[in-house]
Design a protein around this ligand. Structure first.
Ligand code: ZN
Length: 257
């Protein structure tokens, strides 16, 4: 297992297409692996394709809540589930999946989003795979849905909840994943302080760009070292102890211990 794991990054995004060879060799030399999450069926197929470039790319198949809309939902769900089943021995996890009222316009989570989310969770538990969950403005609803599923192998990607929600995540056994925002945002640092050390993961959510760090460059898996450094400062622990702990968490989350 790699020394560093980016628990959530969109390596199949067009942003990386021109430099993927370089990125993969760079990751392998530095001992970085990445949970390469997907947005929809086509993107999942592309993630599976690029995962052949190196063992450091851990492919996740998923349907992002942003892509759950319109009359094609049923076919998209069917095709994505079939793709995951056919490649069950190759995929490392299911994601990006989740709920987000932002995409519905009227601030209500559409029933289709909940249905697709539940189907993908059921798929993950049937295949014995971890999940990477998008929970923007929907954490409490995600908690409610997850009471029927094993949260012990679920990561709340880009965790942005309250202290109360962090406590609920902890009680349910979720992993909480922190990204580059943790290098400068006090509220995230406070959440890191309050998290169980054995439940923390790190990520970049690349190619997302951050206005206050990394000079607005598209997120790269190597940025996780800076997130680990931020955690070591907040927790007043040596960098290597934090890196070891998060590497262990990542291996447990992925079932690669
Ligand atoms: Zn994402």
């Amino acid at each position: 297992m790699a020394r560093y794991v980016d628990s959530h990054v969109h390596l199949s995004d067009a942003e990386y297409a021109g430099e993927l060879d370089y990125t993969v060799s760079y990751m392998e030399r530095l001992g970085i692996a990445a949970c390469a999450v997907s947005m929809d069926y086509t993107d999942s197929a592309r993630t599976l394709e690029i995962s052949g470039m190196g063992a450091c790319i851990l492919p996740f198949v998923g349907i992002h809540p942003e892509r759950v809309s319109g009359p094609g939902v049923e076919d998209a769900l069917h095709d994505t589930v079939a793709l995951a089943e056919q490649n069950a021995d190759r995929i490392a996890g299911i994601g990006e999946i989740g709920l987000d009222p932002t995409y519905a316009g009227d601030d209500v989570i559409p029933p289709d989003q909940v249905r697709v989310f539940e189907h993908m969770l059921e798929l993950a538990s049937r295949l014995g795979k971890p999940v990477s969950i998008h929970s923007r403005r929907s954490l409490d609803r995600v908690f409610d849905v997850m009471t029927s599923f094993d949260a012990g192998r679920a990561s709340l990607h880009w965790f942005d909840g309250s202290k109360r929600q962090l406590a609920r995540a902890r009680d349910m056994g979720f992993y909480v994943s922190f990204g580059p925002v943790a290098t400068y945002a006090n509220d995230k640092q406070r959440l890191i302080e309050l998290s169980d050390m054995d439940r923390i993961l790190v990520e970049t959510d690349g190619p997302v760009r951050f206005s206050r760090c990394f000079g607005l460059r598209a997120g790269h898996p190597c940025f996780v070292a800076s997130v680990l450094h931020a955690i070591s400062e907040v927790r007043r622990m040596p960098f290597d102890s934090v890196a070891d702990a998060v590497a262990r968490n990542s291996a447990d989350y992925l079932g690669m211990s």
